[in-house]
Design a binder for this molecule. Sequence first.
Ligand SMILES: *[C@@H]1O[C@H](CO)[C@@H](O)[C@H](O)[C@H]1NC(C)=O
Ligand SMILES: *[C@@H]1O[C@H](CO)[C@@H](O)[C@H](O)[C@H]1NC(C)=O
Ligand SMILES: *[C@@H]1O[C@H](CO)[C@@H](O)[C@H](O)[C@H]1NC(C)=O
Ligand SMILES: *[C@@H]1O[C@H](CO)[C@@H](O)[C@H](O)[C@H]1NC(C)=O
Ligand SMILES: *[C@@H]1O[C@H](CO)[C@@H](O)[C@H](O)[C@H]1NC(C)=O
Ligand SMILES: *[C@@H]1O[C@H](CO)[C@@H](O)[C@H](O)[C@H]1NC(C)=O
Ligand SMILES: *[C@@H]1O[C@H](CO)[C@@H](O)[C@H](O)[C@H]1NC(C)=O
Ligand SMILES: *[C@@H]1O[C@H](CO)[C@@H](O)[C@H](O)[C@H]1NC(C)=O
Ligand SMILES: *[C@@H]1O[C@H](CO)[C@@H](O)[C@H](O)[C@H]1NC(C)=O
Ligand SMILES: *[C@@H]1O[C@H](CO)[C@@H](O)[C@H](O)[C@H]1NC(C)=O
Ligand SMILES: *[C@@H]1O[C@H](CO)[C@@H](O)[C@H](O)[C@H]1NC(C)=O
Ligand SMILES: *[C@@H]1O[C@H](CO)[C@@H](O)[C@H](O)[C@H]1NC(C)=O
Length: 845
Amino acid sequence: MRAPWTMMMVSCYYFALSFLILNRSSASAQPFDYPTANLSTTWTNNVSAPHTVNFTDGSTVRAILLRGTFGPRFACGFYCNGDCTFYVFAVFIVQTNSGGGIVQPSIGFPQVVWSANRDYPVSYGAILNLTAAGELVLRDVDGSTVWTTNTTGKSVAGMNLTDDGNLVLFDVNRSVVWQSFDYPTDSLVPGQRLFQGQQLIPSVSSTNWTAQKGLISLQVIENRGLFGYIESNPPQLYYSNLVPDSNTTIDKGYVRFLNGSLSLFIHSSEPNDPDDVMSIPQASSAQYMTLMPDGHLKVFEWQTGWVEVADLLNRDIGECGYPLACGRNGVCSNNQQCSCPVSSSPRIDYFRPVNDRQPNLGCSEITPLTCNATEDHVFIPLENVRYFAFVTDMNTDMETCKQACLNNCSCKAALFQYGSNSSDGSCYLPSDLFTMMNADPNLVHFNASAFIKVQNARSPPSSTSQVPNKKGGLTTTVIGSIIGSVLVLFVVVGFILCILHKRRRNAKMEEEYIKEVPGMTTRFSYAVLKTATENFSKKLGQGGFGSVFEGTLTDGSKIAVKCLEGLGQVNKSFLAEVESIGSIHHVNLVRLRGFCAWKSERFLVYDFMSNSSLDRWIYHGNREHVLEWERRKKIIMDIAKGLAYLHEDCRQKIIHLDIKPQNILLDSDFNAKVSDFGLSKLIDRNETEVMTTMRGTPGYLAPEWLSSVITEKVDVYSFGIVLLETLCGRKNFDKSQKEENWHLLAVFQKCWEQGKLLDIVDEHSEDMQTHHSEVVEMMKVASWCLQTDFTKRPSMSTVIKALEGMLEVESNLDYNFTDPRLHKTTVEHEKDFTPLLASELSGPR
Ligand SMILES: *[C@@H]1O[C@H](CO)[C@@H](O)[C@H](O)[C@H]1NC(C)=O
Ligand SMILES: *[C@@H]1O[C@H](CO)[C@@H](O)[C@H](O)[C@H]1NC(C)=O
Ligand SMILES: *[C@@H]1O[C@H](CO)[C@@H](O)[C@H](O)[C@H]1NC(C)=O
Ligand SMILES: *[C@@H]1O[C@H](CO)[C@@H](O)[C@H](O)[C@H]1NC(C)=O
Ligand SMILES: *[C@@H]1O[C@H](CO)[C@@H](O)[C@H](O)[C@H]1NC(C)=O
Ligand SMILES: *[C@@H]1O[C@H](CO)[C@@H](O)[C@H](O)[C@H]1NC(C)=O
Ligand SMILES: *[C@@H]1O[C@H](CO)[C@@H](O)[C@H](O)[C@H]1NC(C)=O
Ligand SMILES: *[C@@H]1O[C@H](CO)[C@@H](O)[C@H](O)[C@H]1NC(C)=O
Ligand SMILES: *[C@@H]1O[C@H](CO)[C@@H](O)[C@H](O)[C@H]1NC(C)=O
Ligand SMILES: *[C@@H]1O[C@H](CO)[C@@H](O)[C@H](O)[C@H]1NC(C)=O
Ligand SMILES: *[C@@H]1O[C@H](CO)[C@@H](O)[C@H](O)[C@H]1NC(C)=O
Ligand SMILES: *[C@@H]1O[C@H](CO)[C@@H](O)[C@H](O)[C@H]1NC(C)=O
């Protein structure tokens, strides 16, 4: 039996080879598993140790005890990961063969479920000693005691790793003297209990134990239930599972993780009926539950590798309810989209993303709060913004709440919730501000306002000069105060310029003005752009406002340079674009990298999108590939998210006004990004504005353009058209069709009337035909977006919910999509749209 096994290992698991050889020679007394140890045994964390296996993820285990064979099994011993400079003594789950050998499966690695010394990891050469006196001691290579069970004199007779994964020191009577289950770290295994007074605390990293402990903890509190906290002063509660009030004598509460359930008990003796059960998929193999550094409590199961089978707290608190969902100071809205708080009037950025590309890492203050200049503390007010921490005491009024925060320097925000009357609400004043969540006022039955304390930059903090210069020469503080000063200057200069501007347009002044755009977007020099675009030689297309050129910067990154042509109108839109796009970051919006103003020429520099625009892909005819259904679905969702962000998550609502396939760009992975804010106009929330000029592109214009009441619902309408075109694979006005089918909306209406929606699904895609029922569901969303009465159209966040299937499409819809007035007027107005029609013809931007 041995020889063929070894042969197999050589070919499949060469990492395990050395183990098998060692196993044969040194562990011959224990041919299979080795779950117990006697007193006076020592193990050294060095290459001579038997049962050492290196894994391809960089981890190494040196098993001391192993319980069971053939399958995922518990073992304990030394474990390291990453660069393996530090080791923990741990209980972990490994894959074993029938000979008790630890093997490297094709996917999946050892999983630590308990460790003795994660805060004090030891080095290579460390020694674990189960002493004659019955104490288990871990000594580092220098001889210092790092960890001990403190069991000297307690008649310990031996050590046992149980079936459950519990490491036990037992006495002569085989009763438990010490057990690892009493000292949980970040994980529980089935059968393990978390008792009152114990807590789970995640490691910050599974590969680096020198990094500090995480901020999150989960614990059982006497008579009350299970509570999740994030560290702060005082800690902030993000999860609670209260037990029903009960007058029975309760002295212990605990949570038990069993196959199929997580139960919360409040009685000392085990009750028959759990007081609360969170259900977990029945285990078909090894499971473990772990508290993640971001606060999620997840259950993993061994299938092919470790697979997440449950995310337990989500049901109660939602994705946005985790304190670190969007990091510190972040705002989380549907689908875990993250943004930074922005003050709207005047529009000043007090926060910026810690990392532009990962908005979920949170936001940092541009000017740090300082207690030395409390007179410069002001609030950014945010409406309909809730906080995860539980606020219960009522009867405070809003002003008192805000004042209390201003009076206490450690207060970072005044969070206020109230029912109908803002003089009777509850106030919460955190000393650390974690993720806030956007609350849909239609869904929550209370009002929630957040006032975030920020430092006005007028008097820069005196500490500025004390901070040593880092690489690059400027510290955050310096940049912060410079930006702050520039911002103030910018507002003042902007105001003056507006007055001057009204009197007489002055191109030179305009350029000065542009220079003051705060340092969020790069200002490129004309020479750089000229070189990057090889003297504007590679033209990508011609848009409504000018040509677009391809370019490559010296760092190798590709850009699209939009050269704005013509004056007047263009100057104005240029500023609008720089101002609005420069401050907006979202994965589904094209990133403005910078701009260039040279003489009277204006350029905008965008990230280059290698798959050009959506129109290239959806219209039958000149497209090279037919997009499959999953891809179309993703693109539609991406557009919806980009728009929802513009409409609902920016402090100042942004209406795009020109949504069409030409303005949806696709990157190399077909992630869709909304582009071209040239026509967008900032308007305040909850306000509609009378537009003096009609804008946009015929065919995508909502009917209310005729009545001049323009809200963000015009974008929802245009989105509906784009959605329909994407599903049908044709233009909404297509003269290559039979004359009665020229207008897609007329065809759509006919299909509704005849109940034959399938007829218009893109016939060039078999994949689309295969998924016809999903496609038809999505057509219902389109018809909702295309309601003539704009008040009946859903908001973009509602569209996202409908697309996700979380929400039913409104049933009482009007299926008359062909407003005769619109078509007549559109044709009559077509001349007025000449410059915009040009943009419709444009290729990639
Ligand atoms: C422990 O000691 C007993 C007898 O003293 C022996 O039978 C057993 O094999 C020992 N176990 C180990 C793991 O060495
Ligand atoms: C590993 O440690 C043991 C016991 O301390 C020692 O005998 C052995 O020489 C060490 N092996 C190596 C390679 O250092
Ligand atoms: C594991 O890796 C270490 C260092 O990379 C090496 O010294 C050791 O021999 C390897 N052990 C086995 C069992 O392959
Ligand atoms: C283990 O502990 C005993 C005391 O119980 C001690 O005599 C022995 O030297 C220790 N072994 C090592 C390798 O430190
Ligand atoms: C052992 O006792 C020491 C000192 O009393 C204490 O710091 C340590 O946490 C104890 N170890 C365990 C595993 O209880
Ligand atoms: C070790 O634990 C197992 C349960 O997993 C138990 O059956 C066994 O009796 C224990 N061994 C000792 C020596 O206590
Ligand atoms: C083991 O059990 C016997 C009999 O019940 C008892 O006298 C003895 O004190 C126990 N030993 C320990 C260490 O608990
Ligand atoms: C581990 O984390 C610490 C503290 O964050 C850091 O200084 C160290 O470089 C990290 N080590 C590795 C190997 O990543
Ligand atoms: C619990 O006891 C208190 C006072 O002893 C009483 O007022 C309350 O109604 C009791 N609650 C229940 C659920 O019995
Ligand atoms: C969990 O329960 C299911 C159904 O009772 C059973 O089939 C499965 O073997 C159990 N898994 C474990 C790991 O105990
Ligand atoms: C200020 O707020 C902190 C944290 O909220 C609190 O601990 C402290 O007691 C407050 N200080 C005063 C004077 O109210
Ligand atoms: C606040 O002022 C004190 C003394 O005036 C100074 O030591 C400290 O560095 C200042 N702190 C900040 C953040 O400016």
